[in-house]
Design a protein around this ligand. Structure first.
Ligand SMILES: [Zn+2]
Length: 275
């Protein structure tokens, strides 16, 4: 009996000593995620309008009352105030809560998937892609202040985690940008109007900086197939989809880049096996 208790105790100690170092790596990004999500919400609302992002106090959109720090605690404020402004009682909508939960989802997904050395890089990638996709979905704009830093951070992340691949990833960034930019130029020359934004080209370049040359074609392929499927689904659902219907491509590129960063090794293994 005493042996069994001792064995149980030593198993518990083993489990804790295995769990603690792992928890120390994933707890900080997961705990920070709702706070980041709250900031991403500010970016989503203000970047497309060109409003200042930092140093501007948050106010209630309805009554204009300045929001204090206790009104801005991610997740918690929303729950305590039941989604209403403390001052005028107007419902503030589900947007702040949704983007805070989405940022948390990115961190949790990353923590379950990548090694601790890649965890922070993965969270940064996911959070910026989330913001860019959200803005593009609602405004058809992919702000340079998101795509260009994403490209730079992708190269820094490569230099930090896989320095031998830096040249490959830099070429992928250039090729990703130039390929979609060329498509956009050709389309404009033939049709006399814009079919694809330069923001899409910059986003594919940024994704190339993260995933490298061998996975770059798949980023475009997956995004294009998903985009066509979504347009088909919209048409089936009775929405009017014509060749001039504006469909944001950024969200599809973002999802495709995210999946390739997390699971692209499978594609590389498959290419090596079949090549
Ligand atoms: Zn208010």
């Amino acid at each position: 009996m005493r042996d069994a208790a001792r064995r149980g105790l030593s198993q518990l100690v083993d489990a804790l000593t295995n769990f603690l170092p792992a928890a120390l790596s994933w707890l900080p990004p997961v705990l920070l995620a709702p706070v980041i999500g709250s900031f991403l919400g500010v970016l989503v609302l203000r970047l497309p309008k060109g409003r200042p992002v930092v140093l501007a106090r948050s106010v209630c959109d309805h009554c204009g009352h300045r929001l204090g720090s206790r009104d801005l605690i991610p997740l918690l404020s929303f729950a305590l105030l039941r989604g209403r402004c403390r001052y005028c009682g107007t419902a503030i909508g589900s947007f702040p809560l949704t983007i805070e939960l989405a940022a948390l989802g990115v961190a949790a997904w990353a923590a379950c998937t990548v090694s601790s050395s890649e965890l922070w890089w993965t969270c940064v990638l996911g959070w910026i892609l989330l913001t860019a996709a959200w803005i593009d979905l609602h405004t058809l704009i992919l702000p340079d202040v998101l795509t260009l830093p994403l490209m730079l951070i992708g190269l820094i992340a490569t230099a930090a985690t896989n320095p031998d691949a830096l040249l490959d990833h830099a070429l992928a960034a250039a090729l990703g940008y130039l390929s979609l930019a060329a498509v956009a130029w050709i389309y404009r020359a033939l049709r006399g109007r814009d079919g694809l934004g330069m923001g899409d080209a910059k986003l594919l370049g940024a994704i190339g900086a993260w995933i490298g040359l061998s996975e770059l074609p798949f980023a475009l392929l997956i995004a294009a197939c998903a985009g066509l499927a979504a347009a088909g689904a919209a048409a089936l659902a009775g929405k009017r989809v014509t060749p001039v219907t504006a469909i944001p491509f950024g969200p599809f590129l973002a999802v495709s880049g995210w999946l390739l960063w997390l699971y692209g090794d499978w594609i590389n293994d498959w290419l090596i096996r079949s090549g």
